[in-house]
Write a protein that binds this ligand. Structure first.
Ligand code: NAD
Length: 304
């Protein structure tokens, strides 16, 4: 059986496929025309957030049984077309949870202690000791919006920091909340009481601009907002206003309404925001797990 790997995949994942006796064809990010050609006689296709597996590709792939996505989002795969042809679609959603949670903490600490700002000043030859007064976290309150895989990992670390934990989610996992010492509250209460607010919900109609001007105004003046989920969950225009006018202390953002973030975007002009280029899942460990876990699922289906 033949597996087309159409995006960079961890070497361990490729090795696993070969050890299981599959022929592996590798081509990085082929365009639609090329993908149609490559997919003609394969049993499985493995992709990441690219390339797009369109209806045309799926219809041309006569032997295709499974599409694997190393990672979470499935928006580059035509799920409807796959379903119609009885092709399974598998992914590895839990592979990067810990890494995203750890980046969340990198952002919290960078904002609280002005690490990025201090580093910029050092490089300018400025010893900005007085401007770098920060916030201590122990005993403070963290509000976690979305207590799923990533939110739970963020909470476990928060417990170690000795923080009070407030949770907001449409589904309430009380067992996990108890494990981390967290308490479910309404969003308004979370925003009013938290010193750190961190977002871990998916982007849905119900979460688009969930954090808007009105919600930002509920937050404490010395609160930190972290968004490592999806850019459009926060109204960027309102956030820029909040950061400029001091409604909140600062923000840490890994995701943006427009990615890549345009070079002269207003956010890049502010000292109280720390920006990273959507690197939440960008660790060796997460990438290895994403590859290996999706290959394991693909192999299981092909061997049925
Ligand atoms: P998850 O599905 O495990 O958890 C999401 C939680 O949000 C669930 O508990 C769900 O009940 C809750 N939720 C959904 N809609 C809600 C709403 N309207 N109000 C309140 N709660 C709501 O997902 P996860 O694995 O923890 O990932 C969370 C998000 O993180 C992903 O959807 C993705 O957008 C983002 N993410 C970012 C990166 C990155 O590189 N920065 C990497 C992976 C995932």
């Amino acid at each position: 059986m033949k597996v087309l790997v159409a995006a960079p995949l961890h070497p361990k994942a490729i090795e696993l496929l070969k050890n299981e006796g599959f022929e592996v064809v590798y081509e990085e990010y082929p365009d639609e025309e090329r993908l149609i050609e490559l997919a003609k006689d394969v049993d499985a296709i493995i992709v990441r957030s690219k390339p797009k597996v369109t209806r045309k590709v799926i219809e041309a792939a006569e032997k295709l049984k499974v599409i694997g996505r190393a990672g979470v989002g499935l928006d580059n795969i035509d799920l409807e077309a796959a379903k119609e042809k009885g092709i399974e679609v598998v992914n590895s959603p839990a592979a990067s949870s810990r890494s995203v949670a750890e980046l969340t903490w990198a952002l919290i600490l960078a904002v609280a202690r002005k690490v990025a700002f201090a580093d910029r000043k050092m490089r300018e030859g400025v010893w900005a000791k007085k401007q770098c007064m920060g916030i201590e976290l122990e005993g403070k309150t963290i509000g976690i919006i979305g207590f799923g895989r990533i939110g739970y990992n963020v909470a476990k670390i928060a417990k170690g920091f000795g923080m009070r934990i407030l949770l907001y989610d449409v589904i309430k996992n009380y067992e996990r909340a108890e494990e981390v010492g967290g308490k479910f509250v309404e969003l308004e209460e979370l925003l009013k009481e938290s010193d750190v607010v961190t977002i871990h919900v998916p982007l849905l109609d119900s979460t688009y601009h969930l954090i808007d001007e009105e919600k930002l105004k509920l937050m404490k003046k010395n609160a930190i907002l972290i968004n490592p989920a999806r850019g459009p969950i926060v109204d960027t225009e309102a956030l820029v206003k909040a950061l400029k006018e001091g409604w909140i202390y600062g923000a840490g953002l890994d995701v943006f309404e427009e990615e890549p973030l345009p070079k002269d975007h207003p956010l890049t002009k502010l000292d109280n925001v720390v920006l990273t280029p959507h690197i939440g899942a960008g660790t060796w460990e997460a990438q290895e797990r994403a590859g290996v876990q999706v290959v394991e699922k693909v192999v299981e289906i092909l061997k049925q």
